[in-house]
Design a protein around this ligand. Structure first.
Ligand code: NDP
Length: 453
């Protein structure tokens, strides 16, 4: 680690103890930026690095609610308002028992650079709760969402902070949250994205993150005159991102052989076709079941339960060309990356946020594979959220084709910015550096324009 990186990281660790995911996300960006700071001393003078790692505001609050048995439950709610240089804070809400301050700070930090790359006017934020929607009744989820929004509503607004979904927050949760916001504030505005189509949502928003990650992979392949046609793909997760990544891979002629959840994964050598994907969508979105049921229904599939005693995940040890990690952070460690590379995977496009550990990303880069980091590859979701905000302001709805075309245009633009920045700053083909640098430059220049605020 260079002196520059270690001095920044010493400060970050001292000020933000016990937040390893936040440290990891900051370190990756700071390593990419060293060359930028050398060429642009004005960023050092303006203390941009020190300012960009400090959230503008952190909100933490109690979320009390009553479960179906009449028992009082208490969760913790958060909203990290990280950076509003480019526009209102924008980023999802995560409901998962693992949620804590450090995880949300890492996600909010990543979001700043990601939103900058989309070319749309959005700052970065993230929020959520340690509430677990799994196993709760619809009534309990509604009670929780209403209590959560009762506090959150005083901190957000269409021109201030516009949350969306993330892990554990889909259309059902956004509906309950929006209903409570509307009731308390007595205003019908685009304060959340990922809304239902009847009440201000955008076509293609549910699909956008997964589709975008596949468009990004296609763009990377295009630099080598290659396509997804006939490629075998491994996908992790079976939620929103994984489902629509699978759909778009099928559209572009690829074959998907895996999906997973926290219980384990299925390997279907015959491939997940559209009928099987419809089964997964019903299983996960309507029946809220587990992926092992897929193997009971389709004999071509083998189910492997998750085993926390292993130092690798056998999901990443399956022969394939492309990988689309779409579950959660740090799901691919160094051993997994070695397995991916050994088996011939040469495209990794991250639907999830920071799914690869630093050890894994180092191996991808050393091997020179096409590696699209989350903040570039999964930016399609927030991009279409930005388009949802535009439609809400216009009080108009664009067609499916129009939104999809804009999404494709944005993913191309993100790819181009990352590709060109990597080249300009001396590491051609390194999309990690490219995305970090291109995302940073726009925010940094804007922060300088706006003075010390
Ligand atoms: P969902 O809640 O719809 O699905 C998450 C999936 O990942 C589920 O299959 C879940 O399994 C699995 N998963 C979650 N946590 C873990 C864990 N700790 N270990 C193993 N599996 C896990 O979320 P999304 O699809 O929306 O999000 C997936 C990833 O994509 C996240 O990293 C998110 O931040 C990122 N992302 C999402 C965007 C969006 O628009 N939704 C935008 C950009 C990024 P189980 O049901 O068993 O928990």
């Amino acid at each position: 680690m260079s002196n520059f990186v270690s001095s920044v990281m010493d400060g970050v660790k001292a000020k933000n103890p016990a937040e390893p995911e936040f440290h990891q996300a900051v370190q990756e960006v700071v390593e990419s930026l060293e060359v930028v700071i050398e060429r642009h001393p004005e960023y050092r003078t303006a203390k941009i690095i020190e300012r960009i790692i400090e959230p503008e505001r952190v909100i933490m609050f109690r979320v009390p609610w009553v479960d179906d048995q009449g028992e009082v439950q208490v969760n913790r709610g958060f909203r990290i308002e990280m950076n509003s240089s480019l526009g209102p804070y924008k980023g999802g809400l995560r409901f998962h028992p693992s949620v804590n301050l450090g995880i949300l700070k890492f996600l909010a930090y990543e979001q700043v650079f990601k939103n900058s790359l989309t070319t749309l006017p959005m700052g970065g934020g993230k929020g959520g709760s340690d509430f677990d929607p799994k196993g709760k009744s619809d009534n309990e989820v509604m009670k929780f969402c209403q209590s959560f929004m009762t506090e959150l509503c005083r901190h957000i607004g269409q021109f201030t902070d516009v949350p969306a979904g993330d892990i554990g927050v889909g259309g059902r949760e956004i509906g309950f949250l929006f209903g409570q916001y509307k009731r308390i504030r007595n205003e019908f505005v685009g304060v959340l994205t990922g809304k239902g189509l009847n009440w201000g949502g955008s076509l293609i928003r549910p699909e956008a993150t997964g589709y975008g990650a596949v468009y990004f992979a296609a763009e990377m392949l295009n630099t080598r005159n290659d396509t997804l046609e006939g490629k075998t793909c491994i996908v992790s997760g079976s939620g929103n991102v994984a489902q629509y990544a699978t759909e778009k891979i099928l559209d572009l002629g690829g074959k998907v052989v895996t999906v997973s959840d926290s219980g384990g994964f299925i390997y279907d050598e015959a491939g997940i076709d559209r009928e099987k994907l419809a089964y997964i969508m019903d299983l996960k979105n309507v029946r809220r079941g587990r992926v092992n049921e897929y193997a009971e229904k389709y004999s071509s599939a083998v189910y492997t339960p998750a085993d926390s005693n292993l130092d690798y995940n056998p999901l990443w040890d399956i022969k394939a060309d492309c990988a689309f990690p779409s579950a959660t952070q740090n799901e691919i460690n160094g051993n997994d990356a070695a397995n991916l590379l050994k088996n011939g995977v040469y495209v990794v496009s991250e639907g999830a946020n920071m799914p690869s550990t630093p050890d894994a990303t180092e191996q991808y880069i050393a091997k020179g594979i096409l590696y699209g980091p989350g903040k570039a590859a999964n930016a399609g979701g927030v991009a279409v959220s930005g388009l949802e905000m535009s439609q809400n302001s216009l009080r108009l709805s664009w067609t499916r084709e129009e939104v999809d075309q804009r999404l494709q245009g944005i993913m191309k633009a993100i790819h181009k910015q990352a590709f060109e920045a990597a080249e300009r700053f001396g590491t051609p083909g390194n999309y990690v550096n490219g995305a970090n640098i291109a995302g940073f430059l726009k925010v940094a220049d804007t922060m300088i324009d706006m003075g010390v605020v």
